[in-house]
Design a protein around this ligand. Structure first.
Ligand code: ATP
Ligand code: MG
Length: 437
């Protein structure tokens, strides 16, 4: 008998998502796709057995009569990037959804559940990776493998079962918090960091003719557009200015909310007075480690056996202020050892994680409708305020989605009023099919 929705933990009689994946493995072996794997379609049976339900939108692999071409089936927040891009459903799409369902089991919600609109969620799924789960223990790598953006990189259901079983032996899989699962509600101008000697930004106070810094600078180009962040930049400056020792601020928010853009803008504003300004791509600690070796060499400690310690030592002795930006950090644990312990500097971290020491986090929210509409008007040069506000609302104020829309309209020479019905039609299509219609 079903007693609730969710995914059981090991204490509930099942090693996490194994029963869920077993159901998928059996279906896939029979050539059947589920196409709507999500937390609310997982029933917890007595004894903690997880049962994957609602094969109502399932289709037999290769049977064209059962395939609704061009439709996206399944709740948007659990739909794979390729499916939202209009590609046909595959077993790999189910596996993505299963990975996100297990993610929700560990975290209490899926990585794309927090987005303010369907269109914003779809834009984020298309372009941003899920933040690594914090509570999945040894199962996190399995979940992240299933949530690979490249469908070919996802393990099969059977392979994932093997990985999960190993993880359960090695660690633990968290129980579903509260038992019940809620239904889903619904790159940027910044390229690889480049060494700059001065500030190429288009707006004042960019010191384009500033003297070449004598100390190392590695920083992405200044954002061309940055709407509605004046207050946040001021708050950031207040948090990071003054006081002894390195000051730390953490910009936290949804993928695509504009965290990196704010950090880069802030860093450019600091450049004139900074002795060292270095932006680390910090998703992967191994990459950060390698970057420290580059920075150490620039600070005169080439071939140091411990570049992190060498850089820290130089920064501790610095007279001039310095700024280190750790961009796209998974969590506190993964960056802690890289944070300089001493010196007159500032540390700026961007992350999707919200768990940081008290007083460090600054939220980077989506943009309000008026600010977002203003950005669209500026970006496109179209003064149609009514359409701009409507589009901004449709996109949930997510900067990533707004930028994509603006770039599209600009490239296509399309006015806002013409884009709006296209956007609404797409949102409607996604909404309808995600409801299984
Ligand atoms: N305030 C803003 N005004 C206009 N465009 C913005 C704003 N903030 C961000 N953008 C644009 O939105 C896109 C995403 O921004 P950004 O890369 O800074 O987001 P992010 O939060 O760092 O995303 P991720 O979590 O994927 O690292 C970029 O194209 C950027 O230029
Ligand atoms: Mg970023």
């Amino acid at each position: 008998m079903a007693v609730g929705h969710g995914v059981p933990g090991p204490g509930e009689g099942g090693p996490g998502g194994v029963p869920l994946l077993a159901g998928l493995a059996a279906a896939h072996a029979a050539g059947v796709l589920h196409r709507d794997v999500k937390p609310s379609n997982v029933l917890l049976a007595e004894g903690g057995r997880a049962v994957l339900t609602d094969f109502g939108v399932a289709a037999v692999d290769g049977d064209p009569s059962l395939t609704r071409s061009g439709f996206v089936i399944g709740t948007v927040a659990y739909s794979s990037p390729e499916r939202l891009g209009g590609e046909p459903a595959t077993a790999a799409c189910d596996l993505w959804s299963a990975g996100l369902t297990l993610y929700a089991a560990a975290e209490g919600q899926g990585p794309y559940d927090r987005y303010p609109s369907i269109t914003a969620a779809a834009a984020a799924i298309a372009t941003t990776d899920p933040a690594p789960p914090r509570n999945a223990g040894a199962c996190a790598p399995v979940i992240m493998a299933l949530a690979s953006r490249d469908p070919a990189a996802r393990p099969s259901a059977q392979a994932a079962i093997g990985m999960l079983a190993g993880a359960v032996v090695a660690g633990s899989f968290p129980a579903w918090p509260g038992g019940a699962v809620t239904r889903a509600a619904g790159p940027a101008a910044v390229g690889p960091p480049s060494t700059v000697a001065g500030v190429p930004g288009p707006r004042p106070p960019a010191p384009t003719s500033a003297p070449v810094p004598v100390m190392p600078v590695r920083l992405a180009p200044r954002p061309a557009f940055l709407a509605g962040r004046a207050g946040l930049l001021e708050e950031l400056a207040a948090r990071l200015a003054g006081g002894p020792g390195p000051r730390v601020a953490v910009l936290s928010g949804l993928g695509g909310a504009g965290k990196t853009s704010v950090a880069v803008e802030y860093a450019h504003r600091q450049l004139p007075g900074a002795g060292v300004c270095w932006q680390f791509a910090a998703e992967d600690p191994a990459v950060v480690e390698a970057e420290f070796a580059v920075l150490a060499a620039q600070l005169g400690a080439a071939n140091s056996p411990d570049p992190v310690a060498s850089v820290h030592a130089v920064l501790a002795r610095q007279q001039a202020g310095w700024l280190l930006v750790f961009d796209n950090v998974a969590d506190h644990g993964s960056v802690r050892r890289f944070l300089p312990p001493a010196g007159p500097g500032q540390v700026l971290i961007t992350t999707q994680s919200q768990l940081w020491p008290p007083g460090q986090v600054l939220d980077v929210p989506v943009l309000g409708p008026d600010v977002a509409a203003g950005f669209l008007a500026t970006r496109t040069g179209d003064p149609d305020a009514v359409s701009a506000v409507a589009i901004a609302r449709e996109l949930g104020g997510l900067p990533l989605a707004l930028e994509q829309a603006g770039a599209y309209m600009q490239a296509a020479g399309m006015p806002l009023a013409q884009y709006l019905p296209l956007l609404r039609a797409r949102a409607c299509l996604i909404e309808c099919v995600s409801g299984g219609l």
